[in-house]
Design a binder for this molecule. Structure first.
Ligand code: FES
Length: 83
């Protein structure tokens, strides 16, 4: 089971956290992996200048923008190891 956490602190919110969330949701639907991914929101991760900050399992990924979501999804979720 993958755990995807997206920071919804105010800085990440302003930098497009919802847009990142929606991009992930669209891919999760497209690839029908709803049962394998747990998506949740997080409070500030202390890296506000590097937002949007997400966590895939325990790995923190910074500077995530909507345009990067596809690559992250492919690498970490579909191609990566599964927990
Ligand atoms: S608001 Fe996201 S790291 Fe601070």
């Amino acid at each position: 089971m993958f755990k995807l956490s997206i920071c919804f602190g105010s800085a990440c919110h302003l930098r497009g956290a919802y847009s990142v969330l929606n991009a992930f949701k669209a891919l999760i639907d497209k690839y029908q992996v709803q049962s394998e991914i747990d998506v949740e929101g997080n409070f500030c991760q202390g890296k506000c200048t590097e937002g949007v900050v997400i966590k895939v399992n325990d790995e923190i990924i910074t500077n995530v923008a909507r345009e990067k979501v596809y690559d992250i999804f492919m690498e970490k979720v579909l191609g990566g190891e599964r927990h």
